[in-house]
Design a protein around this ligand. Structure first.
Ligand code: SF4
Length: 497
């Protein structure tokens, strides 16, 4: 087997459709010592299907974009493969010159740090699986250039684990020319930043995506201090290309679609006001393609707050309550403190003043409940300049939302190289004060309260069989029991162990 010239792949934690429940993918941040590999693959991260040639039937959207860009740039189909990690023997051989790995959190530096620090049970699955992949015997034998790209590529800075090139930023414009240089034997250095790609240059995918992700645009004008600068230029894709990506998924049987951008409400907008016609036309035309469900990946709460009727219209077009039970979106609450917003997220509430942020969040949660939307919210702990009072305000805000179904994810602040806070000190257990533990405990309490509803809602999209559903129900019960011990300690302001 001579191998393909360019092999695009990732590890098992990225190359999975998570039994149809993207939330199950979070198990990848748990310590590998906690769950046996067999259970992990059966319940949480079952591998995507493989074609007879070793290619993956589903792949992360970013990897699909790079695949399409390479083919558009003139690489031949027989030179490029999106390879299944369990079948690398069909992809990597003596002719392989580049192995490009896409990853969101290869070293577990984002989400896992708090789990690892809180419960101290060793390395998480995502890091374990990523290190297994870069240490694959065929990579060791044939020595292709190993390039890491994707949202988590920055995590490899300063790490000596067999990665030759860290590729930051967007892939479609720059990555094909880098591949040409590598193939020509030129030295490309150890780190590269890809050029920002205009919306109409983002190519149409050649294959289906994990989670049914369909990219509609990139970037966000709100300019938070901890967010990547690549984000600062909002761009949107032409509707024709979005529909083609949706069709590629539907043809492959990927019937649950997620429209992906930083803020779905900004689709087609040149400024800060939504472009109602374009957004509603997009949702209508995607819906007309006949997917089983439609979700959006991210929304800004301020956009929702200022255009509540738009959310109601989307709810009607998608057919929540008739065609699908609920619709979900990721949102960033980040803090309950207007003071901290003024420091790091000064555009977060625009055009409303920062002072009414808690009211914006509460009103949106009321609307989500009325319209059967399921918000998955992130909170950030330990931002530079955060005070005890800021954390208390966040805890109070979470408390006030407890009747509204959703998920609350408290994340430790992690400085990312190219952001304005790139050199700031990260947050960790060593710096956590009693009010931080109380906040984490309040979030855990919130999540446990809604676990059953979440499972019920998510089961609509899940491809898991009866035994897997029963196992998940069992885990719900067990986590309720097992986590209450931690919860009680944290709510008293004590660390969990
Ligand atoms: S609102 Fe979200 S995507 Fe926009 S700049 Fe802030 S963190 Fe980034």
């Amino acid at each position: 087997m001579s191998g393909k010239r360019i092999v695009l792949t990732s590890d098992a934690t990225m190359m999975s459709n998570y039994n149809g429940g993207v939330m199950l993918g979070f198990a990848a941040i748990l310590p590998a010592s906690m769950i046996s590999e067999r259970i992990f693959r059966w319940l949480f991260c079952p591998p995507v299907e493989a074609a007879p040639d070793g290619s993956a039937i589903l792949a992360p959207c970013g990897m699909r974009k790079v695949e399409a860009a390479l083919l558009e740039a003139g690489f031949r189909r027989d030179e490029v493969i999106v390879a299944h990690p369990d079948h690398l023997d069909k992809a990597i051989g003596p002719d392989t010159e580049i192995v490009g790995i896409t990853h969101d959190d290869p070293m577990g530096k984002i989400a896992i740090r708090e789990i690892e620090e809180m419960i101290g049970r060793g390395a998480p699955y995502n890091r374990t699986k990523f290190l297994e992949l870069v240490g694959h015997p065929l990579i060791k034998e044939h020595k292709p250039k190993v390039v890491i790209g994707g949202n988590g590529s920055w995590e490899l800075r300063g790490e000596d684990v067999g990665v030759d090139l860290i590729y930051l930023g967007e892939g479609e414009r720059t990555f094909p020319s880098i591949c040409r240089k590598i193939v020509a034997g030129e030295d490309v250095g150890g780190e590269i930043e890809g050029e920002i790609v205009p919306g109409d240059e983002i190519p149409v995918n050649m294959g289906a995506t994990v989670g049914g992700i369909v990219e509609i645009g990139r970037g966000c004008w709100r300019g938070c201090s901890f967010c990547s600068p690549t984000m600062r230029r909002p761009r949107h894709r032409p509707i024709s290309n979005i529909l083609k990506d949706a069709e590629v998924n539907i043809r492959a049987g990927q019937l649950d679609l997620i429209l992906h951008s930083e803020d779905a409400f900004q689709y087609g907008s040149a400024g800060s006001e939504p472009n109602r016609e374009m957004l509603l036309d997009l949702v209508r035309r995607v819906k007309d393609l006949g997917p089983r469900t439609v979700d959006v990946s991210h929304m800004s709460l301020a956009s929702v707050y200022h255009h509540q009727d738009l959310l109601v219209e989307i709810t009607e077009i998608v057919g929540i309550g008739t065609d699908q039970k609920y619709m979900s979106a990721w949102i960033g609450i980040e803090t309950g403190s207007p003071r901290l917003l003024a420091k790091h997220m000064k555009n977060k509430t625009k055009p409303a003043p920062l002072e009414i942020w808690p009211e914006i969040v509460k009103e949106c949660y009321g609307l989500f409940s009325d319209q059967s939307w399921l918000p998955v919210a992130s909170l950030v702990l330990g931002l530079p300049g955060e005070t005890e009072e800021d954390v208390v305000l966040t805890t109070e805000l979470v408390e006030s939302l407890k009747e509204n179904v959703g998920l609350m994810l408290p994340l430790f602040f992690t400085p990312i190289g190219e952001t304005r806070l790139g050199n700031a000190r990260g947050f960790g257990k060593d710096r956590a004060r009693p009010e931080h533990w109380e906040l984490v405990g309040t979030c855990l309490e919130y999540n446990l309260r809604h676990l059953k509803s979440l499972h019920r809602y998510y089961s609509e999209r899940m491809t898991a069989g009866l035994s897997q559903h029963l196992a998940l129900r069992g885990i719900n019960l067990l986590s309720d029991y097992a986590l209450k011990k931690y919860l009680r300690r944290m709510k008293r302001g004590e660390p969990p162990n």
